[in-house]
Ligand binder design. Structure first.
Ligand code: AMP
Length: 552
């Protein structure tokens, strides 16, 4: 098969915005692609040369491509770059450069798909010193043989900027259509393997062969995700046998071990093995089975305390000076799930069993730990676990259905997250209640107000727990002279004292006049440096509410 035929398909895909038409174009084409090149072509249609979880990469950036095109056309690199800028697209710029040259030389050769496949394999195998020159040599040969339009799509393939709108979902639709296998079965196989090419090939062989594809060491699965819980009480009602785990604030890691080889994958399924050498080294002695896939969260520590998750991300992005960084930013990996043992998939087992298998498969070390959990149906115990987790600097808790299977890629009701927000609000205490028992001498239940545009303070939440005795003393001392009115235990206050408040979520609520309610508000400290008119406003609450909607 010629590369030109693939370019025709790219052109057809670009010329329609209809998803159904795209699906049909892809399905008709995939039907006639020979088996040997089907996985490769499927990848090229989806916009990649190698699946991102492989260690293979072309390692060709825009600069190198400009060099290649300049070399074969005789047009200066600067001129080629100008063509790219003026056309606003890398592929089109390269196409124009090749066009100018081809008008003088008129030679195109037929590029075979198998030639392209071998060439990309070779190019990906060069790394380190001297590799650039070799890559330039191979690419020069390829681009010399390409027509201008072929060059346009070659550049887009190489830079992974395909833009034909043939996303993963449409390709799965097309595979389902040409193979006549229900879309849900195609998708299930894809969630387990994350390899569109493999799915195309096995679908062609029929549903029986396709359903043989299973969890495999070395091929990351799409991680199971958590939905946001309405509240601890609701979550406990929704789940029959709940188990709570600390929600660590770091980066999700999937660990794959086969014999002496261990690979690490990110939540986006990228191979990040190189980025975490100290974790890898501990895993070598911590993982007992020969073959295992397990999952956990990597967390960074700074000066002995949990550091914001950006620190972990920095580590994952960093390719050089790793050992220096690993000293400055020590990591821990908290494992919470196990998806395969000795080539037997565990994903259909209940979490309870998977966790037991995990525990018996891990020797804990300084870095490798098992995620902390409790099993309880008692809301007080759960709340306590939540408070402890947050006070230790974690993000919250995840309440999981202990009887549930592992559903790759799903964000369902089997895992429910309860998170604190990192953002605090400065609010004004507008009312309070005298406490009972030990708290009798304190104004303990505090009504928090948020400023509106006219300068009034409208209720947004109540805090009664989480304050230290010291803070209660101080607050009572400051509030007592501000009492305007007393009604039984309830007092109305002059809005003066500003406190910094942490909470889990900003909710819309008709309960309070502000229209918002804070979930689990907690007073962190008195903001002596602020007066009431420096406190946060309702429009800030609205912004936070909106931004939350986006992240959840
Ligand atoms: P979110 O990113 O808010 O959707 O929350 C889901 C993420 O929480 C997962 O992808 C993990 O990276 C992270 N996480 C932290 N601790 C746990 C845990 N114990 N179980 C599952 N996920 C966890």
């Amino acid at each position: 098969m010629l590369y030109r035929e693939l370019v025709d398909i790219y052109e057809k895909l670009t010329s329609t915005s209809s998803k159904l038409e795209k699906r049909d174009i892809l399905s008709d084409f995939l039907l006639v692609v020979p088996d040997e090149i089907l996985p490769f072509i499927t990848g090229l249609l989806a916009g990649y040369v190698f699946p991102k979880w492989t260690e293979k990469e072309l390692g060709i950036g825009p600069k190198l491509l400009l060099k290649v095109v300049s070399k074969i056309t005789g047009i200066t690199e600067k001129k080629v770059e100008e063509l790219v800028y003026s056309s606003g697209d890398f592929g089109e710029g390269i196409e124009r450069a090749i066009e100018q040259k081809k008008q003088q030389t008129f030679f195109d050769a037929n590029i075979e798909i198998t030639y392209l496949m071998d060439l990309f394999e070779k190019v990906s195998s060069y790394s380190g010193k001297g590799s650039q020159d070799k890559k330039i040599k191979y690419l020069s040969k390829l681009f010399s043989a390409a027509s201008p339009i072929e060059a346009r799509y070659l550049s887009r393939i190489i830079l992974e900027q395909m833009r034909t709108g043939a996303a993963e979902g449409i390709i799965l639709d097309a595979i389902s259509k040409f193979s006549d296998i229900p879309r849900k079965d195609v998708e299930k196989a894809y969630l387990l393997t994350n390899d569109l090419g493999l799915i195309a090939l096995y679908s062609r062989r029929g549903i029986v062969e396709l359903s043989k594809l299973n969890v495999t060491v070395g091929r990351p699965l799409k991680p199971m995700l958590a939905q946001i819980a309405g509240s601890i009480d609701l979550a406990l009602k929704d789940i029959d046998e709940p188990e709570m785990e600390v929600k660590y604030d770091g980066a999700r890691i999937q660990v794959h071990k086969s014999g002496n080889t261990i690979k690490l994958f990110s939540r986006r399924l990228e191979n990040i093995t190189q980025a975490l050498p100290e974790v890898l080294s501990d895993l070598k002695s911590s993982l007992i089975p020969n073959n295992i896939i397990c999952e956990g969260e990597v967390v960074a520590y700074k000066d002995g305390k949990i550091a914001p998750f950006q620190y972990v991300l920095r580590r994952l992005r960093r390719k050089y000076q790793i050992s220096e960084l690993s000293e400055k930013i020590p990591l821990k990996l908290f494992l919470f799930d196990c998806l395969l043992i000795e080539n037997k998939s565990l994903i259909d087992l209940p979490l309870k069993e998977r966790r037991n298998i995990l525990i018996s498969s891990i020797k804990e070390s300084k870095i490798v730990r098992i995620a902390e959990n409790i099993v309880s149906k008692d809301p007080f115990e759960v709340k306590e676990f939540y408070d402890k987790s947050v006070n230790e600097g974690h993000e919250g808790i995840i309440i999981k259905d202990y009887l549930s299977q592992y559903q790759p890629g799903a964000r369902g009701k089997k895992w429910l997250k309860i998170k604190r927000t990192l953002e605090t609000l400065d609010l004004v205490i507008i009312g309070a209640e005298w406490g009972e028992g030990r708290r009798k001498k304190w104004l303990s239940s505090l009504l928090l107000g948020i400023r509106d545009e006219e300068g009034s303070f409208l209720p947004i939440g109540k805090v009664a727990t989480g304050l230290s005795d010291e803070l209660f003393n101080e607050i009572t001392e400051q509030l007592t002279p501000l009492i305007l009115e007393e009604n039984g235990k309830t007092v109305t206050l002059v809005p003066k004292i500003v406190v910094e408040v942490l909470y889990d979520e900003m909710q819309h609520s008709p309960k309070y006049e502000s229209g918002f309610a804070l979930r689990f508000p907690r007073v962190l400290r008195i903001r002596d440096d602020k007066d009431a008119y420096d406190s946060d406003t309702i429009s800030r609450a609205y912004e936070i509410y909106e931004s939350q909607e986006k992240t959840f």
